[in-house]
Design a protein around this ligand. Structure first.
Ligand code: E4P
Length: 229
């Protein structure tokens, strides 16, 4: 399962890249607003920081297919290879995805709340479809189930489209989709960090370190043992 960082905060992105094996960054207009910087220059900074092969997903704003396509061309011109054009699922968005995909542009269908939206976006050639897991949970639906349904339908119909599950608030949602074999997820840095944190692991590490210190001295590591030779 590919992991992406759902953030436009460069410090947060750097922190995650330093530790985690991740495939790229996803953004949307609200995420850019939260970063509080001029969007294009911030996206360029992110692009310059992440590896060349990493994905950067950038959302269009326009309401007509014609203008979405113009925005996509502009975004690709500014941000280059491995940029995925995120397009919300509505009639003009689907039309734009169909045209852009036929031209070989990578698109990500976003704001997906129903399995059929995901399926139609897949048929329109989107490389990724992004169901909003936690937002679905918040309105009384089962976001994880919706993501699984979309995954199954895409596979059953042999569409060349992966689920990029989005909108996570806890690690359980991520775990369930990982167990299921979902293609990729994007989550905010705080959720990604929680994927590896466990209080009992920290206690175990402290115990190991105390035992080693009582054997060879405080603050010592295996490297210090070589020095006594
Ligand atoms: C990513 O593609 C989505 O835009 C994002 O995950 C939505 O997350 P939110 O529900 O936390 O705003």
């Amino acid at each position: 399962m590919d992991l992406l960082i759902d953030s436009a905060n460069l410090e947060g992105i750097k922190k995650i890249y330093d530790i985690f094996p991740v495939e790229g960054v996803t953004t949307n207009p609200s995420i850019l607003k939260a970063a509080g910087k001029e969007p294009l220059s911030q996206l360029k900074k992110i692009r310059a920081f992440i590896p060349h092969g990493a994905q950067l997903h950038v959302q269009t704003i326009s309401k007509t297919a014609e203008n979405i396509i113009k925005e996509a061309e502009f975004i690709l011109g500014e941000l280059g290879d491995n940029t995925y054009i995120k397009i919300p699922v509505f009639d003009q968005g689907i039309k734009a995805m169909k045209i852009l995909s036929s031209r070989g542009v990578n698109t990500t269908a976003t704001a997906i709340y129903t399995p059929m939206q995901g399926f139609i976006a897949g048929k329109a050639g989107a490389k990724y479809v992004a169901p909003y897991v936690n937002r679905l949970d918040n309105i009384g639906f089962d976001g994880v189930e919706v993501a699984k349904n979309i995954h199954d339908m895409l596979e059953r119909h042999h569409l060349n489209t992966k689920v990029l599950a989005a909108s996570f608030k806890n690690t359980q949602q991520v775990l369930t989709l990982c167990e299921y074999g979902i293609g990729s997820i994007t989550a905010a840095p705080d959720v990604l960090e929680q994927l590896i944190n466990h209080q009992i692991t920290s206690i175990a590490i402290d115990d190991f370190n105390k035992d080693f210190a009582s054997l060879v001295g405080e603050g010592k590591t295996m490297l210090d043992l070589g020095k006594t030779k």
